[in-house]
Design a protein around this ligand. Structure first.
Ligand SMILES: Nc1ncnc2c1ncn2[C@@H]1O[C@H](COP(=O)(O)OP(=O)(O)OP(=O)(O)O)[C@@H](O)[C@H]1O
Length: 331
């Protein structure tokens, strides 16, 4: 397998403006001097092989979108490395950037309502010189066909389409730049369940026909279980577990992964008892010491609040960051 994308200790923190800082800090009982940064992503090391779908899951606010936006070049990293096809992306060229496109959650918001579909799809390809303006209509017709839409839709406006059709248009817009890698950020979350399945199948068909590679960000475990080859679980800005999809769902190791799976609505609900995850995600303004999951962990030991567990190999291809693995007592 060829590694297509690699991040090493990628981190992102945001500096808070004084007004929001004083509100947030006040709520946390902090003085202004104590902390001025939101630690959104901390030392995330991931690799994605050519043709692979890597799922990235975790509760809202754990840093998934920030990872996706750094990979897509929409946000600079605070520290760490990012490489695409072996090339350093800290100063990405236009070519490398075009190779990575992003599909967002809300196709209502991500399409300009004043642009016709043909303009939405062809604008960036014309701008970057990938096609000539006079070839745009056949180019757009081809892309519409690839995403399962009729070529006659090219002259319509986004508001004339359903949510699923709009997401297909957004996918055609991403494909127009001939990417090798697509970051899907909650790309089916706003759609009805039956439409979700159609769009997931479109992503898989495009993987086959175009050899695409995906980072698939979702808070929905069922979606990730369906589409991903491997899954990375994120908690408060860090990867806490990483393995092939089957292992994550059959043998979740980290107590957070176990809690997420027990919390998720499942089709086989008779097999898995639904247990809501305890407590709330702590603020990334002031993450807990040691293992940041320890205040919510049913298995927490004194060591867990003192020492951050490293992400270590617990089986071939299976990584987890939990002190229980050192004691031999699996959660
Ligand atoms: N521009 C920003 N300025 C300040 N804080 C930010 C900014 N963008 C994100 N954050 C904070 O970084 C943390 C991670 O946010 P992020 O959107 O990456 O999480 P997420 O897991 O994708 O959540 P969601 O699914 O709700 O988007 C959150 O605490 C968020 O409030």
């Amino acid at each position: 397998m060829t590694t297509m994308l690699e991040t090493r200790e990628l981190s992102k923190s945001f500096s808070l403006k004084r007004s929001s800082l004083s509100r947030a800090a006040g709520a946390l009982g902090l003085s202004r001097q104590e902390d001025r940064r939101v630690y959104a992503v901390n030392e995330v090391s991931l690799s994605v092989d050519q043709g692979e779908v890597l799922g990235l899951v975790g509760e809202s606010g754990c840093g998934k979108s920030t990872v996706g936006r750094m990979i897509a070049g929409l946000l600079p990293a605070t520290s760490g490395d990012l490489a695409f096809e072996g090339k350093d992306m800290s100063r990405p060229s236009v070519d490398t950037h075009l190779n990575i496109q992003m599909v967002f959650q809300n196709p209502y918001a991500s399409l300009n309502p004043r642009q016709r579909v043909d303009q939405v799809i062809s604008e960036a390809a014309i701008y970057h010189g990938l096609i000539r303006k006079k070839d745009a209509s056949s180019f757009v017709a081809g892309l519409l066909q690839q995403v399962g839409l009729d070529a006659s839709y090219a002259s319509r406006y986004p508001h004339q389409f359903s949510g699923g059709q709009r997401q297909r248009i957004a996918i055609a817009r991403a494909l127009a730049l001939n990417p090798k890698f697509i970051v899907c950020d909650e790309a089916v979350s706003a759609l009805d369940v039956s439409v979700q399945a159609q769009i997931l199948n479109l992503f898989m068909d495009l993987r086959e026909s175009k050899g695409l590679t995906y980072l698939f960000i979702s808070h929905n475990l069922a979606v990730v279980e369906y589409i991903a080859d491997r899954v990375a679980i994120m908690y408060l800005g860090r990867i806490v577990e990483l393995a092939d999809t089957r292992s994550v769902f059959a043998r979740p190791n980290h107590p957070y992964t176990q809690a997420l799976i027990a919390d998720a609505p499942r089709l086989d609900a008779k097999v898995v008892e639904h247990r809501p995850i305890q407590g709330e995600l702590p603020s990334p303004l002031k993450p807990p010491s040691g293992c940041t999951f320890h205040p919510r962990c049913p298995h927490a030991m004194p060591r867990c609040s003192q020492e951050r567990p490293a992400l270590t190999s617990i089986a071939p291809g299976h990584w987890s960051a939990c002190h229980l693995n050192d004691t031999g007592a699996s959660a």
